[in-house]
Design a protein around this ligand. Structure first.
Ligand code: DQA
Length: 154
């Protein structure tokens, strides 16, 4: 955007997408996911976003099709990148993978737990191969590291 000869750079807009059951953080399998609630994670992300001077749009859904709709919408509202924890859909959802590919936006996939240290069915991610990279196993810090990595790469 040009304004009286000065270049005004628009803030990057990042979509944060939390998949199914992440609304239960703090109550759910605390030994695996910790005591932190989703609200606390979102608050930390907002604080980091301020420091990085980026705008966040945060969504959580337990429904696969809703996640697909949110991803599709991101291509129409000048979103620059997507930080996603697809949760259980990581391991099953061709639809979410296809949606991420379709919108052609840079994606970073994150997980609270180290999915490669857990049951074998969690070792496969359908979404990782359409992402720039994956961060897994650092608890809530996975989100914060993921946001920094995404902002540098989108
Ligand atoms: C998760 C790992 C997934 O395997 C699991 O289904 C989740 C959370 C994580 O953040 O560690 O719900 O994505």
């Amino acid at each position: 955007m040009q304004k009286k000869g000065k270049t005004v750079t628009k803030r990057k807009k990042i979509l944060i997408l939390h998949g199914p059951n992440l609304n239960m953080l703090g109550k759910r399998e605390k030994t695996v996911y910790g005591k932190t609630t989703l609200e606390k994670i979102n608050n930390e992300l907002k604080i980091l976003a301020k420091k990085l001077n980026v705008e966040l749009k945060i969504n959580q859904s337990n429904i696969e099709g809703e996640l697909v709709n949110i991803i599709q919408k991101a291509s129409k509202d000048r979103t620059n990148g997507i930080l996603i924890n697809p949760a259980a859909y990581t391991h099953t959802s061709v639809a979410i993978r296809d949606a991420l590919l379709a919108v052609k936006l840079p994606v970073v996939e994150i997980h609270l737990s180290n999915i490669y240290k857990r049951e074998e069915f969690r070792h496969k991610s359908l979404t990782a191969s359409v992402a720039i990279g994956q961060i897994t196993g650092f608890g809530k810090d996975s989100y914060l590291l993921g946001l920094e990595a995404l902002v540098k790469n989108c």
